[in-house]
Design a protein around this ligand. Structure first.
Ligand code: IFM
Length: 434
């Protein structure tokens, strides 16, 4: 293990999502899903980290970790509780939160959609409804008007591929549909086009405000798909997974090009619809040749003997380097690591995980790849969707019974990295020897 220093302007911080931390909102698809008893450990999202009432305390913790940026989510169902009716109190709350962040020198990156839908949208077929793009644009325009003087950096949609896979193929997220490949592609098309419209709206609204520094992107969930034994049929299967799970979204949202089966042509025009390339990176999958077009992911497994986290996901740091290299070569725009982290309740391997992944980021930067930011997933333990409150991804441990927050040892380590802008020899000695 070697010490390293990231570039001076490199920004380090943490990422969260509104539904996973805020608590208190009953007007969204995940509240209803939890009420119906679908959360695997029997927990619920209704309180989560109670961040809605504890944002000052949580901001103080971000400061304690020396974060220079913070990726936060907005809850659409709070801002637009009924179709076309906006809630000024919710916007005032977010304005307050963002103003406080700015006052403490933490740069916000704001996510507009992160898995959770207002109930009025869910009841109209969510993202399968051909009007979803109009509704999203209306919400984005309103939010940009209200917050655009404070926020320059935006993520329109988080991990559309994961949202559609779990909601329409695996059936373990709302709306709980299984093996609906056609719906997966219908949703993909609608989300792609909605992103492009949101991209244009965010730029247009801020330009009207006289702001030219707007940065808009997508947080793509990207994985490495590796042929299990290197056979050609496995390679073909891996390429197909990559295309259906990743490439259709990247080409669509980034360039306006619809790839079959999500569509054809460029209905809104070819262009560049991202100012940075956002990567959420977690793991790799080994792909066998067995292809089941209905389930799509039936042929994936974890590499034999690989180190895994609490959820059984392989820990594969080099994958982050490989993805940065591939997409920087293709697009030549700044890369933000919009999420990277691991589930480790005992905090047994998170420190090493952070070191290994940041070392890969540093390696990529040294080879000329323009990576500008890294957001650790996540600030504190929170509501991990189908897995509930028991899956622990936080730099900070949360006792959900008392809402007590305690910085983990890995959190201290990350806080020192944020302060130093890298890892020193002394830190290596202290955290890894013995
Ligand atoms: O918690 C999620 C997050 O909402 C989206 N990306 C992956 C994380 C860990 O599963």
């Amino acid at each position: 293990m070697k010490s390293f220093k990231l570039p001076k302007n490199f920004l380090l911080g943490t990422a969260t999502a509104a539904l996973q931390i805020e608590g208190g909102d009953r007007n969204n698809s995940w509240f209803r899903w939890a009420e119906q008893g679908h959360i695997q450990d029997g927990s619920h999202c209704i309180t989560a980290c109670d961040h809605w009432n504890r944002m000052e305390e949580d901001m103080a913790l971000m400061q304690a970790l020396n974060c220079r940026t913070y990726r936060l989510g907005l809850e659409w169902s709070r801002i637009e509780p009924e179709a076309g009716k906006f809630n000024s109190a919710a916007i005032a709350h977010y304005r307050d939160e963002i103003s406080r962040l700015l006052a403490t020198g933490i740069r916000p990156l704001v996510t507009l959609h992160h898995f959770s839908n207002p109930l009025w949208l869910e009841d109209r077929g969510a993202w399968l409804n051909p009007k979803a793009g109009d509704w999203f644009e209306r919400y984005v325009a309103y939010t940009a008007e209200q917050l655009g003087d404070l926020v320059s950096d935006w993520i329109t949609i988080n991990e559309p591929n994961v949202y559609l896979t779990f909601g329409y193929i695996a059936g373990i997220w709302p709306p709980g549909k299984q093996n609906r490949m056609i719906d997966y592609f219908k949703g993909a098309r609608n989300m792609i086009l909605a992103h492009i419209r949101a991209y244009r709206t965010l730029h247009a609204v801020r330009e009207r405000m006289g702001r030219s520094d707007t940065q808009v992107g997508v947080a793509y969930h990207l994985r490495i798909f590796e042929p299990k034994r290197g056979r050609w049929r496995e390679k073909r299967s891996a390429a197909l997974h990559e295309r259906l799970f990743q490439e259709i979204f990247i080409h669509g949202m980034g360039e306006g090009i619809l790839l079959p089966p999500a569509g054809i042509g460029a209905p809104l025009g070819r262009g560049r619809y991202q100012d940075f390339f956002g990567i959420n990176y977690y793991s790799r999958d080994m792909v066998s040749a067995r292809l089941n077009p209905l389930t799509l992911f039936g042929s994936l497994s974890v590499k034999e003997g690989a180190a895994v986290n609490d959820l059984g996901w392989e820990i594969y740091p080099e994958g982050l380097f490989r993805l940065c290299k591939k997409y920087y070569r293709r697009y030549r725009i700044p890369i933000y690591i919009t999420e990277n982290g691991t589930c480790d309740a005992r905090d047994a391997f998170r420190t090493r995980y952070i070191y290994d992944h940041l070392a890969q980021v540093n390696r990529a930067i040294e080879t000329g790849i323009d990576i500008q930011r890294y957001y650790h997933w996540t600030l504190m333990d929170n509501f991990e969707w189908a897995e509930g409150l028991s899956a622990r991804f936080g730099l900070i441990e949360v006792d959900f019974a008392t809402q007590q927050r305690t910085i983990r040892s890995s959190g201290q380590f990350y806080g020192e990295i944020c302060k130093e802008g890298g890892v020193t020899d002394e830190m290596l000695q202290r955290y890894f020897s013995g």
